[in-house]
Design a protein around this ligand. Structure first.
Ligand SMILES: NC(=O)c1ccc[n+]([C@@H]2O[C@H](COP(=O)([O-])OP(=O)(O)OC[C@H]3O[C@@H](n4cnc5c(N)ncnc54)[C@H](OP(=O)(O)O)[C@@H]3O)[C@@H](O)[C@H]2O)c1
Length: 235
């Protein structure tokens, strides 16, 4: 299996949660890491904690994404975990379409912008890993657009895998992972979502990070989705 020793890894969304854990794990595996996110104080604090380089980037803004990759220079692997937690829930008759568009702006269009400029700097044997969620495969009442949005990520990964080959492109599909955002929901709500899983708990950010490390190293894997969901696909 390919090692990450000496590889250069860029993590957009690395200020917190899953992205921060991926950055830490990649560094532990010997990679040089650049973390990016939109709020300067947050990304500076994360970079200092990691001992990595931090750069601000707002994936909603194409010029910002272009400048970010220009500053990053040539690199091997891109991990994209950027996402906001804006409103996207609601019964169909009450959908807030404008607020929902804003959310797709980061997770879908942001990933597309990142791919557009990453490909100018990424190594031929490099990889891009996007981030989706289990609501794609386990729709719930009151969240139709969240399900649709999660599918866009997996669709983008598959399309990019064909278009950008031999650069590999994959996605990680997350179940409930206890990032700071999710921890803030409180234990009762987390238990409510996870008690019936084959692995009846939420996953840790470190457990999620393992999938990204695998996809960076897995040199014969492209266009795939790896689920980190405690077996949620089975129930
Ligand atoms: N945790 C879960 O259970 C779970 C489940 C399914 C899917 N997901 C998805 O997985 C991803 C990571 O989740 P997480 O829990 O680790 O969330 P998180 O801690 O909120 O991480 C998201 C990161 O994205 C950055 N970000 C937000 N808007 C941005 C923008 N416009 N440009 C660049 N960076 C931006 C944030 O930093 P700044 O504020 O500094 O920009 C933050 O570091 C998200 O897309 C989330 O929807 C998570």
């Amino acid at each position: 299996m390919a090692k990450l020793d000496g590889a250069k890894v860029v993590v957009i969304g690395g200020a917190s949660g899953v992205g921060f854990a991926v950055a830490a794990a990649a560094m532990e595996a010997g990679a040089e890491v650049i973390v990016g996110s939109s709020q300067a104080p947050r990304i500076e604090a994360a970079a200092a904690k990691l001992g990595a380089k931090g750069l601000t980037v707002d994936v909603k803004d194409e010029a910002s994404v272009a400048a970010f990759f220009e500053a990053a220079g040539p690199f091997d692997h891109l991990v994209f975990t950027a996402g906001d937690w804006g409103h996207m829930l609601g019964a169909t008759r009450d959908l807030d379409i404008e607020a929902s568009k804003a959310r797709i702006e980061v997770r879908f269009w942001g990933a597309a912008r990142a791919a557009k400029y990453a490909i100018r700097q990424i190594a031929r044997e490099g990889s891009i890993t996007l981030t989706g969620g289990m609501l794609a495969h386990r729709p719930r009442p009151g969240a139709p657009l969240t399900t649709a949005s999660a599918h866009t990520t997996e669709g983008l990964a598959m399309g990019l895998a064909r278009d950008l080959a031999p650069v590999r492109v994959n996605a990680v599909c997350l179940g409930l992972i206890t990032s700071e955002q999710v921890q803030a929901w409180g234990e009762d709500m987390i238990k409510g979502f996870t008690a019936n899983l084959p692995l009846p708990r939420a996953g840790s950010v470190e457990e999620a990070a393992e999938a990204y490390l695998y996809l960076m190293r897995a040199t014969y894997v492209t266009g795939q989705v790896v689920r980190v969901d405690g077996g949620g696909s089975l129930v």
